[in-house]
Design a protein around this ligand. Sequence first.
Ligand code: NAD
Length: 331
Amino acid sequence: MNKRNKKVSVGIVGVGHLGKHHVKHLAAMDNVECVGLYDIDEARATVISDKYNVKSYDSLEALLSDCDAVTIVTPTDTHFNVASDCLTAGKHVFIEKPITKSVAEAEQLLTLANTNEVLIQVGHIERLNPALVPLKNYSISPKYIEIQRLAPYDVRGTDVPVVLDKMIHDIDILLFLVNSEVESIDANGISILTDSIDIANARIRFKNGTIANLTSSRVAQDHVRKTKIFQQNLYITIDFLLGLTEIYRVLDPEEPDLDSIQDVQFHYGDKTKKIVYEKPDIPSFDALKAELNNFTNSVKGSATPIVDGQAGKNALELASNIHDLILEDLH
Ligand code: NAD
């Protein structure tokens, strides 16, 4: 049978808060044989196995012997060991973000994947947020990007500092938006609730001149996930939480603006321009389902990972540099 028509057999490792959603989606996908799940917490494994009618395996080795690919949804400090076992067994892996705890571990996983001719995809799910879809209709070359990601405290994720838990989502998007190398980083952070950094701010200058200012916190009253992109004649504001993208463009007064909801003229010197406000329709889809579809199609060879292992490592590398600078600044 043609590889593209064959069902991909997938297993899920770790079925906690996020892993159960992996099971739910993978069990419902037509092009997937959801082989089973494995979790070190037997009681949890049984609950999820019963709920979605998916077989529970009593060891990782047993699960691996029955599948072509796995999604790894265990705590970050276990990603390296679990993924190493899966890649060594010749399985394609989807690893929840961050790819690993250290850059050296991520590099070892990339080498293992290369040696075993299998792929790594990383769960930077924000890259599949429907609010990003309208950006493909604009030529993006940011001069300044302002990013905020705030969340109330949640014990899940505190096994890593806030930069590796929260800011790394925005770092991945930033590296996708700015096609340039990092020139310099200025970063500060503080601990409030844990022994680790809970609030972080980083100002990044890229070699092409783009500046980004990122703030992440797990000490907030409400969730905020906003990105603002400023460039010549264009301002885009994205609310990842609401799935809302608003666009302001500067045009000459006579230029057509068919998609505008509102336009306002302004003057400077002897010039007259107009600011055009657009609110593009945002497609409605589930980002996790789209991400897992992208993974299984990539295993079949009919797609490529939207966030591959290299992108996951690049995001981790920048996040780690930011975190190290914060610690240096504190000492
Ligand atoms: P969780 O603690 O709710 O679940 C983790 C599960 O893994 C638990 O059931 C635990 O028993 C199991 N487990 C631990 N070690 C294991 C091992 N060696 N083998 C098999 N099972 C093991 O955690 P969570 O919130 O679901 O997070 C899991 C991962 O997903 C983390 O890396 C986290 O950073 C990531 N995550 C990503 C997003 C995102 O937006 N993409 C959101 C939340 C969590």
